[in-house]
Every structure is written in C-alpha cells, then in structure tokens.
Design a protein around this ligand. Structure first.
Ligand code: HEM
Length: 219
C-alpha cells in the first residue's frame, strides 16, 4: 500500500457492499415489473415476467442474508465496529447534520471533525439496516402468504412498495455523494480499492484518522 494511502474498508466489507448493491438493483428492477404493468418493458432484462418473479425472490435472499453472512463471516470485527459506530451518537453528529444540507448542495459548510463515519453516513446505514429488515419482513409475508392472516398480507403489499421506493431515493442520494459530489469523490476508492488518501481521511474523518495513525505508530 502507498504510504500516502490508508486502509478504510477490508475485502469482506467491500464484497458485502457490492453484493448488496447488485442484489438491491436486481430487486428494484424485477420488483418494478411485479409492482406495475407500466414497467413491463423491463421484463426483457429477466427473460419474462415469471422469471422476474423468481429472480426477485432469489435476489431478496442474497440481499437479506447473503450480504450479512459475507460481512459477519468475512470480518466479524468490522461488522461489530460498524454496528457500534452507526449507533453511537454525540453532539458532534447533530451539529454535522445541521450543516450537511449546505455541503450536499455544493456550498461551504462549517463541518465539525468526524469519526470513521459522519452522521449522514450513520443515517444512511441505519436507514439501510432498518429499511432492509422491514423490506425482508414484508417480502416474506407475501412469499408465505398462505401461512399468514389475510389482514396482515394486505398491509404487507403497500408497505413493501413504499419502503422499496423510499430506499431507492436514499440510494440515489448515496450514489450521488459517492460518485459525483466534488467533496467526496475519493470515497469511492475506499469502496473499490480499500484505501483512501491520507489527505482525504484527514479532511473528512479527522478523528478516525488520528486513531488509525496512532495505531500505525504504536506497531
Ligand atoms: C453504484 C452504487 C453505489 C455506490 C457508488 C456506493 C458508494 C459508496 C461509498 C463510496 C461508500 C463509502 C463511504 C465512506 O467512505 O464512508 C459507501 C458506503 C456504504 N454504502 Fe454504498 N454505494 C452504492 C450502492 C449502495 C447500495 C445499493 C446500498 C444499500 C442498499 C449501499 C449502502 C451503503 C452503506 C450502508 C454504506 C456505509 C455507510 C456510508 O458510508 O454511507 N450502497 N457506498
């Protein structure tokens, strides 16, 4: 590894992220076909509507269980650290959230120093975690509808669709930040190569950078 780069995401974190992404988009596209006839034109991508239904279920299993297994079995320390990071909130996180809309819209925000994840990323992670769990639950209710009371299955349909569309909106904002936003373009290297420049780490995650640099010195 270049001396001017530091490790941000381990291989297991990266594989889990991209398997999650691939299964999310497979779910979104196949789900739109099942949701409304307006999207029937997408069925060619899956070789017909019946195939799209089968692929939707398989992708749901990968999305809900596969990615968690890759993450936990591949790097359980990183998994627990991520859970701890995203559920630990202090004043600095709320201060960041207040300023973040300015940064998102390309202005100059007065952002406080951040740890490994800023609070926007924590909100993203929590949304994906809770939204994903609810999507999975409502999906399983529809899948095994015969074993469920009808009144519950009736609620599962609109909830599942609403959650999927909300999640798609969050993922689009997340992709904008990871791929196009001028301030965070280096972030994508963390998810592709595993490393980011020290300059990026210092500018965006100063508290985390000091911890990592301290560990490097003491080795
Ligand atoms: C092409 C699509 C995507 C791109 C370019 C992308 C990009 C990234 C990048 C660059 C990071 C690391 C940010 C950092 O350094 O902290 C990240 C983290 C993350 N991504 Fe993605 N991502 C994509 C799709 C998705 C999807 C579909 C999901 C979930 C359904 C997702 C969930 C997450 C989560 C939970 C994190 C950790 C928290 C965060 O950093 O926001 N990503 N992504």
């Amino acid at each position: 590894m270049d001396n001017d780069r530091i490790l941000r995401f381990s291989p297991a974190e990266r594989v889990a992220h991209w398997v999650h992404t691939a299964s999310f988009f497979t779910l979104l596209l196949s789900g739109l076909i099942v949701m409304s006839h307006k999207f029937l034109f997408l069925s060619a991508l899956f070789g017909g509507v019946q195939n799209a239904r089968i692929i939707h279920k398989l992708a749901g299993v990968v999305f809900s269980f596969g990615t968690v297994l890759i993450f936990v079995l591949g790097d359980h320390k990183a998994f627990w650290r991520w859970l701890k990071d995203i559920t630990t909130w202090g004043k600095v996180d709320f201060d960041f959230l207040k300023e973040f809309p300015k940064e998102f819209l390309g202005g100059h925000a007065n952002l406080p120093e951040q740890g490994r994840f800023n609070s926007g990323e924590k909100v993203n992670s929590l949304f994906i975690l809770i939204g994903g769990a609810l999507l999975m639950t409502t999906g399983l209710m529809m899948w095994f509808a015969d074993a469920m009371p009808l009144s519950i299955v009736r609620w599962a349909y609109p909830l599942h669709n609403l959650l999927a569309l909300l999640m798609a909106a969050v993922v689009i904002a997340h992709m904008y930040l990871g791929l196009l936003h001028p301030g965070s373009k280096e972030a994508i290297n963390g998810m592709l190569r595993g490393t980011v420049t020290r300059a990026f780490a210092k500018a965006h995650h100063a508290k985390w950078y000091r911890e990592v640099a301290g560990e490097e010195k003491s080795k």
